[in-house]
Design a protein around this ligand. Structure first.
Ligand SMILES: *[C@@H]1O[C@H](CO)[C@@H](O)[C@H](O)[C@H]1NC(C)=O
Ligand SMILES: *[C@@H]1O[C@H](CO)[C@@H](O)[C@H](O)[C@H]1NC(C)=O
Ligand SMILES: *[C@@H]1O[C@H](CO)[C@@H](O)[C@H](O)[C@H]1NC(C)=O
Ligand SMILES: *[C@@H]1O[C@H](CO)[C@@H](O)[C@H](O)[C@H]1NC(C)=O
Ligand SMILES: *[C@@H]1O[C@H](CO)[C@@H](O)[C@H](O)[C@H]1NC(C)=O
Ligand SMILES: *[C@@H]1O[C@H](CO)[C@@H](O)[C@H](O)[C@H]1NC(C)=O
Ligand SMILES: *[C@@H]1O[C@H](CO)[C@@H](O)[C@H](O)[C@H]1NC(C)=O
Ligand SMILES: *[C@@H]1O[C@H](CO)[C@@H](O)[C@H](O)[C@H]1NC(C)=O
Length: 542
């Protein structure tokens, strides 16, 4: 809609509204909806249309709401005050609003007395955000049996009266983020057995989480405890939370975790421990969270990770270990993570990787090894990572010699070149500063090249994997340099294909004097083919 059309539409709505019934000065009336944004309004207007259901005040300057202020419009279901000068509701302010479902006061300097919400028994949602609230009366929510959503973020609450949530047996969402809570009284959350979402981010919680704090929250699906000052988690803190799917513990000061702390969280799919002070992970920490999809441990102080740390996480799709102090990783640490798609290992202190580290991670699409101390990688490291196209390697002191030749050609074939413009050689001196994938085989040599004969490179000699058509990528062709073997296939069928070539008996072959068999994984941008060539003297004879 053009601005002019929008204005016309607005104007005609206004006309219609004004035509059919009077609208209070300083307000705009629409069908059942009234918006008052005139700062000069001195009070709630007495002449709000009686059939109004929604009433919104924006940046008005009156400071209090008088008793029975809304008695002329008993059908109000929603009343909102946004960035107004409101300081208080007089007793009985909402008298008669038996249908009120949604009450919001956001951005005021505001205080509440215990009877503010009395008799508002239809209220389903209360929002009191960024209101500079210092304290809440214990009986504030008395009688609000059907309340489902309570939003109290951005206030200055330091604690809460122990019984304040007692009436809220149907509450589903409680938001207390950005307050100053240092502790939670024992039993505070016990009545909230229907609660699904609890947000306590950005408070000052430290020791104040006794072990039974969340014990009664049987329906809880997400729990935000991030950006507090928590340094320790009692072993049973999360016990009973069998429906919990998302747990946010990032940006605290947790330095160690009890091995069983997550063991009741059988439904957990997402866990963030980013930005804590963890130095180790206890074995078996994730043994009972088999549905975990996303796990972040970045920005901790992990120096190593034990072999079985991630056992059982066969659904895990994203694992973030970046920004730690990891020096080495055991060969089997990622074993069994069949579902892993993204693995972040950047900004650690890794100096070498074991050959089988990424073995069987066939779903892996993104691997970040940036900003480590790696000078080389074992040949064939990515041989079973058939879906790996996004590899970040920059910020390592790559030693560009014969040991890196395989990586250079792997990058050219398999990885987006743009990713590697900053993947530089640190040595030898004459190659320093060159981009690794830009180097050819003649440049990637070792000074004292050793043994002659059929080493792996020589055997691989004639094979090239040529992505036939970069744009279409519909077919891939493999051919050897002599031009005697060409193998082409449609992209969809190439992957995982296994081809075996053997000489046929009697077809004019000379008798063989040796038997040999060798296999290669041939890769191109559209797939991977396993080719095995066996040469044998089946035809041996006269
Ligand atoms: C309030 O709503 C009821 C039911 O929807 C309706 O019958 C009644 O006329 C409304 N009252 C006013 C003043 O519009
Ligand atoms: C908020 O209101 C109180 C009194 O109700 C007053 O003392 C305080 O200065 C006010 N704060 C701001 C930021 O206006
Ligand atoms: C609340 O409702 C009860 C019963 O309907 C009534 O007696 C009482 O006066 C009401 N209180 C207020 C403050 O409106
Ligand atoms: C988790 O792993 C342990 C052994 O490490 C095994 O006993 C247990 O059955 C596994 N649980 C699941 C759910 O896979
Ligand atoms: C990495 O190792 C070096 C040398 O051992 C050490 O000086 C440095 O502090 C380590 N960095 C991290 C992030 O642990
Ligand atoms: C890889 O990790 C480095 C260092 O941790 C980071 O700067 C970079 O943004 C990451 N890249 C991707 C694609 O995740
Ligand atoms: C590799 O994966 C296959 C199939 O998922 C599995 O049967 C095999 O045991 C795995 N091997 C190792 C060493 O994990
Ligand atoms: C080659 O293998 C065939 C069948 O396995 C065997 O009969 C033959 O003796 C072998 N030849 C040599 C030279 O080892």
């Amino acid at each position: 809609m053009t601005p002019a059309a929008a204005w016309l539409c607005w104007a005609s709505l206004l006309l219609l509204a004004r035509w059919s019934q009077p609208c209070p000065g300083g307000c705009d009336c629409f069908v059942h909806k009234v918006f008052c944004a005139d700062e000069k309004l001195a009070a709630i207007p007495p002449d709000i249309p009686p059939d109004a259901t929604d009433l919104v005040f924006v940046e008005t300057e009156f400071t209090e709401v008088a008793p029975r202020a809304f008695s002329g419009s008993p059908n109000l279901t929603k009343v909102v005050f946004l960035n107004t000068q409101l300081q208080r509701f007089r007793p009985d302010a909402f008298a008669g609003l038996r249908r009120l479902q949604d009450l919001e006061v956001t951005g005021s300097n505001f205080s509440l007395s215990g009877d503010t919400f009395v008799n508002l028994t239809s209220l389903g949602q209360i929002t009191l955000s960024f209101d500079k609230l210092h304290a809440l009366p214990e009986d504030l929510f008395h009688g609000l049996d059907v309340l489902e959503s309570l939003q109290l973020q951005g206030n200055q609450l330091q604690t809460l009266p122990r019984g304040i949530f007692q009436p809220l047996r149907h509450l589903k969402s409680l938001n207390l983020e950005q307050n100053r809570l240092e502790w939670l009284p024992e039993g505070l959350l016990d009545p909230l057995s229907c609660l699904r979402s609890l947000r306590l981010s950005d408070n000052k919680l430290s020791q104040g989480l006794p072990r039974g704090t969340f014990a009664a929250l049987r329906s809880l699906e997400e729990l935000f405890l991030d950006s507090n000052a928590i340094c320790e988690l009692p072993p049973e803190l999360f016990s009973g939370l069998s429906r919990l799917e998302r747990l946010w513990l990032q940006h605290n000061a947790i330095s160690h975790l009890p091995p069983t702390v997550f063991s009741d969280l059988g439904s957990l799919t997402s866990l963030s421990l980013q930005g804590n002070a963890l130095r180790t992970l206890p074995a078996g920490l994730f043994a009972h969270t088999p549905h975990l999809l996303s796990l972040s441990l970045s920005h901790n102080q992990l120096a190593s990770v034990v072999e079985g740390a991630f056992a059982n996480l066969s659904s895990l799709a994203s694992l973030t270990l970046s920004h730690n102090a990891i020096v080495r990783l055991p060969a089997g640490v990622f074993r069994g993570l069949q579902g892993l798609v993204k693995l972040y290992l950047g900004s650690n202190n890794l100096t070498a990787l074991p050959a089988g580290l990424f073995y069987n991670l066939s779903s892996l699409q993104l691997l970040n090894l940036s900003r480590n101390q790696l000078s080389s990688l074992p040949e064939g490291l990515f041989n079973t990572n058939y879906n790996l196209f996004n590899l970040a390697l920059h910020g390592n002191p790559w030693q560009c010699d014969c040991h890196l030749a395989w990586l250079s050609s792997w990058l050219r074939l398999w990885s987006d070149q743009l990713l590697h413009t900053r993947t530089y050689c640190a040595g030898p001196a004459h190659l320093r500063g060159q981009a690794v994938p830009a180097l050819n085989e003649e440049q990637l040599v070792c000074a004292a090249s050793g043994h002659p004969g059929l080493d792996h490179k020589a055997a691989e000699g004639g094979w090239d994997a040529v992505p036939e058509n970069k744009a279409a990528r519909s077919r891939c062709t493999y051919s050897n340099a002599e031009g005697t073997v060409v193998l082409a296939c449609e992209a969809g069928q190439c992957r995982w294909l296994s081809v075996q070539l053997s000489p046929r008996q009697g077809a004019g072959f000379q008798a063989m004097t040796y038997n040999a068999s060798q296999g290669w994984d041939l890769r191109s941008s559209c797939g991977s083919v396993r080719v095995t060539v066996s040469v044998g003297d089946l035809a041996a004879g006269p």
